[in-house]
Write a protein that binds this ligand. Sequence first.
Ligand code: CEZ
Length: 785
Amino acid sequence: LGAFIEDGQRYRLTSPTELPNADAFLWNAAMMIQATCRGYATAQFMQPGPAKYAHGPTLAAKTFMQPEHPYFAHHAGRFFYVKDHHTNTLWSAPYEPTRMPLDEFRFEPGLNDLRWVLRKDDLEVTLVLSLADDHPVECWRVSVTNHSTHARQIGLTPYFPVGYASWMNQSGDYDTKLNAVIARCVTPYQKLEDYPKQKHFKDLTFFAADKKPQSWSARLQAFEGEGGLHNPDALQTGTLDNQAAIYECPACIMNFEATLKAGATEQWTFLFGPAEHETEIAERLAELLPEGKIEQPLEQQRQQLKDTLSNTCIDSPDTNLNAVLNHWLPRQLMYHGQSQRLTTDPQTRNYLQDAMGMAYLDANQTRTALTTALQQQQSSGQMPDGILLEGATELTYINRIPHTDHGIWVILCLQAYLNESGDAGLLNKMLPFADGSEASIAEHVDRSLDWLLADRNEQGLSYIQQGDWCDPMNMVGPNGIGVSGWLTQALAVALNQWAELCRQTGRQTQADAYTTAYNEQSTIINLHLWDGDWFIRGITDERRRFGTKDDDEGQIFLNTQAWALMAGVASSDRQPRLIASVQERLQTPHGPMLCAPAFTRMHEDIGRVTQKFPGTGENGSVYNHAALFWSAGLFAAGENERAWQVIRDLWAFDDDERFLRRGQLPIYVPNYFRGAWHQFPETAGRSSRLFNTGTVAWAYRLFVENLLGLTGTLNGVRVTPFLPKDWPVFSAKRTFRGAHIELTVKRDGSLTADTLRCNDEIVDGFELNDLQAGQTYRLDYRVSG
Ligand code: CEZ
């Protein structure tokens, strides 16, 4: 059905029906597009908030990117009708809307483009979509080849619906000078104060071609007629109507007629995107349409991605896994780091975790993110719910709901930055607070911890207000009493990490104070949160403990087991018990569920999470972000094999049953797979197909620091790789602070303890110091037993 091709840098799917929602995404500085193998697409661009230039036929409210969003016949798509005048057959590339069986179907998403190769009756159509530069514009290169032995007369009709963009004003027409169908609208609004904000919106959607069409239309409904999308009336007659859409849903439609000799190919380039005015369209066309022009920015983009991705690579016996770890996972991480998930005010925890992951690709970006975030901290130490990016002035959506955990992520992100850069000097950099005065970054971090320490109840448990890591856990603590078991543990993790960093950087007083606080936190967690076989999730405003054996649903939550391990607070007696509880109650073939049994009714003292459909989102799915917290906890507890399996379960290339269930290509990690394994076995494992997720940062960090075992220290690198039990050997390359590390890890039954050699010399203590940029270090790690 599917396989990696081209050295893992492209994937090939050969059926449009087995995984109908299989998709891939592309992004650049201004936009992202997610397209399915069948030709539906969802695209967004920034102006500066996220906006669309092609819509469905109903006016949709603006929301964040949705999990499991459905596609339907009139979903916005990029369709190319192909008419074979000789046989009088009509089909469409890539597959929708005619759904005609094809002789060959190949959907081949690559790192920088999406490619389809379709064949029917000896006609081959190739579609290549790329986003050429930093503007919101789709570049489509289309070719039709005649593989038969005689000449063929064909009609190619690209059909790009623009949909229902506005109830105030919308239309569409052909512009002869630009050779483009241009749809126009006025983004609807009612508030007077919105007018100045919107008057420069890109309210035009253009579809331009490098060749003159024989005919065109902008009228969606007239084009479809009674035949509908499957067999549009307009394609029954010889030509399109050359008519404008006058306050109607517009579509961009052009017809090209061509005679192809035997073996001949005809090519077209199309551009599709939003613009403010005609001059802007003309600029884009001049930049991208002339022969050969698109290649240059595309090549630059390819090279840039290649350079970043080549920083680290693994060669393991698992070639599919090599493809995802070497290309697709870091690519998805870069998407997060570069696009900020297409928002102007990323949630603080997302922003800092995405930046944490970026440390392993480009630590400078992490430095910038840390300083941006810390300048928005209050002098009280409180971190805001969202980080305002350049130009943004207000927090929106979820960032208006008070969450208490944001300070935690500062330390996790900083730790990753220091591991990668060794730049302890950053801690002395002076930075202002949002409400005036300034302090060193070290003191910013002290204050975020002090704020978290102060925001606890008399027992030392952390208040939750309207949410912690779990956004929709919004009714546990709105009255200021409810506490989060998870946050109490996360604070222990942060205190422990920061105490150690303070010690390493000569801040002994702080190191002692935070160590004491960590020890106290450990006692508090064990005293108030243990339930016999696992840690509870929290205590509500009504002082009810939840996530306990006594609950009929939501008995056990993954996060409080994961972070107990990360914090190192579970005793030698409790640790195996909580691991066994997760194994028994949460583990599924797709990974561990976030909680179980999933909630089936509203719990007014827990909140909106209990209203989500059981097994979706935070209500008991295999929420991959949290699954990787579990993996991190297991690694911290020395349970490496189990920890690795959790990461490995993110992909199911070699298991048809799991692969089909997921319904998604293994080229990105989704935010969840459906859970509720016991309640809804028939849908368990289905992917959300939402590629915005903190999972990637954690997966990449665990890959570098735990699998390759290359963890930076202030002076060098600690080498503690892990060799999964079914691998005899792996090797890896990594450029670290300019030094080239070449690592080989092998099992050696004759050894009683692991050994490390660097350029053939034994290294005691598994640590290399004073690495020189430009030098190569050949590391030979032997695993005993
Ligand atoms: O958003 C994520 C957040 O971006 O949910 C995570 C949270 O830690 C991330 O910061 C867990 O709650 O509001 C909702 O119900 C949504 O489910 C969001 O919580 C969720 C969506 O997946 C958006 O990407």
